[in-house]
Design a protein around this ligand. Structure first.
Ligand SMILES: Cc1cc2nc3c(=O)[nH]c(=O)nc-3n(C[C@H](O)[C@H](O)[C@H](O)COP(=O)(O)OP(=O)(O)OC[C@H]3O[C@@H](n4cnc5c(N)ncnc54)[C@H](O)[C@@H]3O)c2cc1C
Length: 288
């Protein structure tokens, strides 16, 4: 039995996808493909896949109905270089394996994240956790950048002085700011990676971690194109409705002079027959 490989993915293995001013994401290794998901779902060995069209609809069915375990059969190992404040958000995703560069053993590098002027924004008035969508004037951008840079070189000099005094690295590092870059190896399966991407590609996620999520998304698209397509349709750009919201929709539909012909409408939108049936059941509040 041959190991699953993806020539397009092999081509980008080890290539740095640059992120922010000094960061990157690169794929170090992978296991599996869209076919592995299909194969696991069919619990078969060897040639478990059928025609691409059939595989595509199975993957779409699995993702749509949250049959998630087949997606755990695909794994990725990334090497990432990222500012510590991004790493703090990222590490909250507990379903991955991580090995981080240790400043107890190794010397820090003189690399700190300084934002691009256009991402410097004021605090959002509507979202307590985010930035305003409006840019700030260039004079203010310059002022902010000067403040952000002001102490970094002094802190770096202090660090080097402590190093020269042969003070233990685990102590010498403690004043370094969270804008300092760190590195890690991050291994995760596709199911948990899609969960990470759903949360961190969202506009509500902080810009800096979103940049990394976007780089990873580029790699995932190449690795599992059918799964990515389904993910975009059923998760990333999908929304769920609460019971009261569903009632609102049904009430509004009931007030139309005649019920919509969903089959006709949906057919023109490239729905599969099964999806149309599922959609009508959802609208009618019937169990599948
Ligand atoms: C926009 C945004 C804002 C955020 N703001 C904050 C904040 O202000 N403060 C803060 O502390 N965090 C914040 N977070 C982090 C957030 O609360 C989650 O910790 C993070 O997104 C990881 O999500 P997760 O736990 O689903 O992922 P993972 O840790 O990868 O877990 C995946 C899934 O596995 C299951 N799981 C994993 N571990 C456990 C467990 N121990 N018990 C039960 N189920 C488990 C859960 O179903 C979970 O959804 C924010 C995240 C985002 C995206």
């Amino acid at each position: 039995m041959k190991r699953t490989t993806n020539p397009q993915l092999d081509e980008i293995l080890g290539r740095e996808f640059s992120c922010l001013d000094h960061g990157f994401v690169r794929l170090i290794d992978y296991m599996g493909s869209d076919e592995s998901i299909v194969q696991a779902a069919r619990v078969s060995y060897g040639k478990g896949t059928k025609k691409v069209r059939v595989d595509r609809s199975l993957i779409r069915y699995l993702l749509r109905h949250q049959h998630t375990t087949p997606f755990e059969m695909v794994e990725f190992k990334f090497h990432c270089k990222l500012p510590i404040f991004v790493a703090r958000q990222w590490i909250r995703h507990r379903t991955a394996s991580v090995n981080e560069y240790s400043l107890r053993y190794s010397e820090a590098h003189n690399q700190f994240y300084i934002p691009e002027p256009e991402v410097i924004r004021k605090q959002s008035k509507t979202n307590r956790q985010g930035r305003s969508s409006e840019t700030v004037p260039p004079e203010l951008q310059e002022k902010v950048l000067a403040i952000l840079k002001r102490h970094i070189q002094q802190l770096w000099k202090d660090y080097q002085e402590l190093e020269q005094m042969e003070i233990a690295r685990e102590l010498a590092r403690i004043n370094l700011p969270v804008s300092l870059y760190t590195e890690w190896y991050w291994k995760i399966d596709l199911h948990n990676l899609l969960h990470f991407l759903k949360l961190r590609l969202d506009p509500s996620a902080q810009h800096e971690i979103r940049v990394y999520a976007q780089a990873i998304a580029e790699i995932v698209k190449i690795a599992v194109p059918l799964t990515w397509e389904a993910f975009e349709d059923y998760v990333l750009h999908a929304r769920s409705f609460s019971r009261p919201e569903m009632e609102l929709i049904r009430n509004a539909l009931a007030q139309l002079p005649s019920p919509p012909n969903w089959e006709e409408i949906a057919l023109s939108k490239e729905f599969s027959k099964r999806e149309i049936k599922e959609f009508i059941k959802k609208i009618n509040n019937e169990r599948r």
